[in-house]
Design a protein around this ligand. Structure first.
Ligand code: 9UX
Length: 69
């Protein structure tokens, strides 16, 4: 069963940031969809809670150089 969460992201300045974060999220095991928005400064992520949790999603975004909460 999939779960969806919205993550607040600070520090995105252009569509390149959106692409980078989209790639980071898509590469994580357990992530099946990620919609990142520059305007909303957030990401909607659909994931399998059996494989990954919300904290790990935030940590991956932080590792890419952004603030995630
Ligand atoms: Mo745009 Mo984001 O040139 O790190 S990709 S600001």
């Amino acid at each position: 069963m999939m779960q969806t969460t919205e993550i607040r992201i600070e520090g995105m300045s252009c569509e390149g940031c959106v692409k980078n974060i989209s790639s980071v999220l898509a590469a994580l095991p357990g992530v099946c969809a990620a919609e990142v928005s520059l305007e909303k400064a957030s990401a909607d992520v659909e994931f399998d809670p059996a494989q990954i949790d919300r904290a790990a999603l935030c940590a991956a975004i932080e590792d890419a150089g952004f603030d995630a909460s």
